[in-house]
Design a protein around this ligand. Structure first.
Ligand SMILES: Cc1cc2nc3c(=O)[nH]c(=O)nc-3n(C[C@H](O)[C@H](O)[C@H](O)COP(=O)(O)OP(=O)(O)OC[C@H]3O[C@@H](n4cnc5c(N)ncnc54)[C@H](O)[C@@H]3O)c2cc1C
Length: 303
């Protein structure tokens, strides 16, 4: 069977693309290798998605995926490992099967960047986390360190300050880059310390796991005791599976025009994975809609 559209990723961009494609009567399926809803399902609250007011990330994610299920959109819980071209046909290879489609919409988003310092890999998911909403409750009445100074770090540090006894924020710059509202909320917490102009030297551990973080401050090395660490130091695009198609920039982001077309006819990209100015839920959803509409036009002339 040849699908009209196969979508890689069930985050806000992929789900929106799937909804538009299904409502245009296309034969569509969406791949998801992890949690449907994408990054959205992993953070605390969202306050800037039009009409949703203040909503938990997982709630909005659930509303989105429920919308897709209500329209009988097929979701394939599998990881796309490679996209190959055979003339006009696109082949999507997963560990279990190969799928064929006239068009593909890549909506695979980003994953958190790691610091690459000593003991980080050993403690990943076991002392070091990238998701405060998932792992924050483990550190109730304990001490945590948050790395970063952008919106993600500052907002998640505020959330953690409501659970942990103490939060230390480590920021490499001499100021926070989060918006003013997020900074104001964080600075109201009495149990938060911030080290500016400081970087992580290594994570400290014993047989039981993480014990602290060694940071390099302007005054020299300093050890911060910690039961948990949360890293928010940027994101990297998930595009390994199209690395041979020549559609990415030097950082791995997919280059797409205003129609969400990539340099390969019939392959579209949407959401955080593309080169763009603002990576947010609302822009990801908008990209998904545009990609699906243009995939529809392409399919009308597909031979
Ligand atoms: C901590 C944090 C806080 C944020 N706060 C806000 C906020 O308040 N407001 C806001 O608007 N935005 C916020 N964002 C940004 C927002 O989450 C993203 O812009 C949005 O989720 C992007 O959607 P997407 O669909 O492009 O990608 P994603 O949400 O990343 O979804 C991509 C999906 O693709 C799947 N996938 C990847 N590769 C494959 C593959 N090979 N095969 C199958 N599936 C695959 C992934 O598992 C994932 O589910 C925040 C992000 C973070 C990290």
């Amino acid at each position: 069977m040849i699908y009209d559209v196969l979508i890689i990723g069930a985050g806000p961009a992929g789900i929106t693309a799937a909804i538009y494609a299904k409502r245009a009567n296309l034969k569509v399926a969406m791949f998801e290798k992890d949690t449907p809803g994408g990054q959205l399902s992993k953070y605390n609250e969202i306050e800037n998605y039009t009409g949703a007011k203040k909503v938990a990330g997982y709630e909005l994610a659930t509303m989105m995926i429920d919308h897709a299920y209500e329209l009988d959109i097929e979701v394939i819980y599998d990881e796309v490992l490679e996209v190959k071209l055979e003339g006009n046909l696109k082949k999507l290879i997963t560990p279990n099967q190969t799928y064929e489609a006239k068009t593909v919409i890549i909506a695979s988003g980003n994953v958190p960047r790691r610091l690459g310092v000593e003991n980080e890999d050993k403690l990943a998911m076991n002392g070091i986390s990238w998701c405060a909403i998932c792992d924050g409750p483990l550190y109730k009445e304990r001490k945590v360190v948050v790395i970063g100074g952008g919106n993600s770090a500052v907002e998640e540090a505020s959330y953690l300050a409501t659970l942990a006894t103490h939060v230390t924020l480590v920021q490499n710059l001499d100021f926070l880059t989060a918006d003013k509202k997020a900074q104001d909320i964080l600075l109201k917490h009495q149990n938060v310390d911030i080290y500016y102009g400081s970087t992580v030297n290594k994570f400290l551990m014993n047989d039981q796991g993480l014990t602290g973080v060694e940071i390099k401050t302007k005054e020299g090395l300093k050890t911060i005791d910690a039961d948990g660490v949360f890293e928010y130091v940027g994101l990297i695009p998930v595009t390994d599976f199209v690395k041979d198609l020549g559609i990415t920039d030097k950082w791995g982001y997919i280059k797409a025009n205003e129609k969400m077309e990539t340099d390969v006819p019939g392959i579209y990209a949407a959401g955080d994975v593309i080169v763009k100015q603002i990576r947010q839920v609302v822009t990801a959803a908008a990209d998904g809609a545009i990609a699906a509409q243009n995939a529809l036009k392409y399919i009308e002339t597909w031979e």
